[in-house]
Design a protein around this ligand. Structure first.
Ligand code: ACM
Ligand code: ZN
Length: 522
């Protein structure tokens, strides 16, 4: 038995065409024949629904490998890629049959067509941009939430950098981008009715330099805010790549930048300045003031107007109750609503926001602190302080996304020798620890497990001030998480993954991505 196991692992580890694929497909077999690309390679797509994905594939092939593929309306001879609609249980599933003259890509939905093309692009890259190996693939994702987060507040990343980040998600078949848009240290989401968000909240007059413990600051004005057109452009770019954006508007805490512009929304009245220090601040939105809810409702109206996705992230994490405990308005609210403590006041806050968004057909998701004081009726929970919050939420029949600090926080170090690494917030999440992660806690029963939608890698940017550094922290850990979330758990084998990554990473070289190279020494 052991011999057979080792033999099969050895075979898996042999260099071969499947070596180029990350995440690895559910089922794949290859042979020695090749589909050779030429200027006469054509594609045909009878189903007009799949046309945008087919055109985007044509665009990628042209940009990356200078092949100009044409639709089959041109009558030239040459290899053909035929896209067909068939019935499959998952709209993200696809099948590929690759023979020397013909590739058939079958899917039931547009997402499946997109993922099939992503697989072809990885294979074409492995073929030096010249050929695709022949074989058959049947593939589908394991989880429906394959997420990556980016904090654009501690440091700001412009729309082109965000689009580049989305390119990496698309490459690895990730489908959720959690866009963390508001924070103590900067507000990035424009709302016309509140112009001071752009002139005050988006800018700070200095930032921490080095690690928190050094308590050093510069005095440079730092910030930025997207335009509405930037946001629309990013949403469209993501949608074309089958990525849903989950925008996050933080409340009731992590709101200092908003309070700096509109101090009347706090318990004390201020004044405040946009945060320069990393961490958590005592000044938060006042839960006893109805104008706070009117403010947030108008912000959320704009979120709903722009973002088409079902989920809106309302934060909910790390909200100190210090001000609420001594605020007459907050205390009055607690008495009137029969709330026994400030945790229940936070629940009141989140439930009220949930009711507003539910009326607009949207669902809230929040960090696991929203469990404290009672979960809002329809809220999904993002479990970050370990997995306990996720387990508790699933047991209460609430949807869960797993993002435990270990191993899903990609702002942590990725190599044990921290001296060799750029300064990071702390912790250690190696590539192997990410690859070994199992999102479904074993303590859940079969029914409860269904509430785990998937997992997400989080890139908080206190210690990440360039986009090159975002890439360094996200890559290749994102690819390891992508495989956890896409591929069958039973096929996971770290040495095989590293072998495939070595080959596949050449695609990132081609894109001049700044990925961490520790795995090359493994
Ligand atoms: C968090 O890391 N504060 C969600
Ligand atoms: Zn208050």
């Amino acid at each position: 038995m052991r011999i057979l196991l080792f033999l099969s692992l050895w075979l898996l580890a042999l260099p071969g065409y499947s070596q180029q694929l990350v995440p690895q497909p559910a089922k794949a077999s290859f042979n020695q024949s090749r589909f050779i690309f030429s200027k006469d390679t054509r594609w045909t797509c009878k189903n007009l629904d799949f046309l945008p994905e087919s055109l985007l594939f044509g665009q990628f092939v042209k940009e990356r490998y200078q092949w100009i593929t044409s639709s089959s309306l041109s009558k030239k001879a040459g290899q053909l890629i035929r896209i067909e609609k068939i019935s499959l249980s998952d709209t993200a599933a696809y099948k590929l049959k690759i023979t020397p003259k013909l590739i058939i890509l079958q899917a039931s939905g547009k997402a499946g067509v997109f993922y099939g093309f992503q697989t072809l692009l990885q294979l074409l890259h492995g073929g030096g941009g010249k050929f695709i190996p022949c074989g058959e693939i049947e593939d589908q994702p394991r989880f429906s939430w394959r997420g990556m987060h980016l904090d654009v507040c501690r440091h700001f990343f412009n729309k082109n950098e965000v689009k580049r980040y989305l390119d990496y998600l698309a490459l690895y078949k990730m489908n959720v981008f959690h866009w963390h848009l508001t924070e103590d240290q900067g507000w990035r989401f424009p709302v016309k009715q509140f112009p001071k968000l752009a002139t005050v909240s988006a800018w700070r007059n200095g930032s921490m330099v080095g690690h928190y413990r050094d308590q050093r600051y510069d005095s440079l004005r730092y910030g930025g805010i997207y335009t509405t057109d930037d946001i629309k452009e990013v949403i469209q770019y993501a949608a074309a790549r089958h990525i849903t954006i989950v925008p996050e508007i933080e409340m009731p805490g992590h709101a200092l930048s908003a309070l700096a512009a509109y101090p009347e929304l706090s318990c004390t009245g201020g004044p405040f300045e946009v945060g320069k220090t990393w961490g958590v601040f005592d000044d938060v939105y006042c839960a006893g003031n109805d104008s706070v809810f009117r403010f947030l409702e108008q912000i959320l109206d704009e979120v709903v107007r722009l973002f088409p996705g079902k989920y809106i992230h309302i934060g909910g994490d790390e909200c100190p109750k210090t001000r609420w405990k001594t605020c007459p308005k907050c205390q009055k609210r607690m008495k009137e609503e029969g709330l026994k403590d400030e945790h229940e006041l936070q629940s009141y806050f989140i439930r009220r926001i949930e009711a507003y968004l539910n009326k607009k057909g949207r669902q809230i998701i929040g960090w696991d602190e929203i469990l404290e004081g009672g979960l809002a009726p329809n809220a999904a929970v993002m479990s970050w302080r370990g997995t306990e919050g996720g387990i508790a939420a699933a047991k209460q029949k609430h949807e869960v996304v797993m993002t435990p600090g270990s191993p899903c926080y990609f702002d942590h170090y990725q190599h044990a020798d921290k001296q060799k690494e750029p300064v990071a917030i702390g912790g250690l999440n190696t590539l192997e620890s990410v690859y070994s992660y199992e999102p479904i806690p074993s303590t859940l029963n079969e029914e409860e497990k269904k509430y785990v939608l998937g997992a997400q890698g989080n890139v908080w940017t206190e210690y990440i001030n360039t986009f090159a550094q975002v890439e360094y922290m996200a890559l290749p850990r994102m690819s390891a998480l992508a495989e956890v979330l896409w591929s069958p758990a039973e096929n996971r084998y770290y040495p095989h993954f590293v072998g495939r990554l070595r080959s596949q990473i050449k695609m990132l070289d081609h894109w001049k991505a700044n990925y961490a190279k520790h795995f090359l020494a493994e």
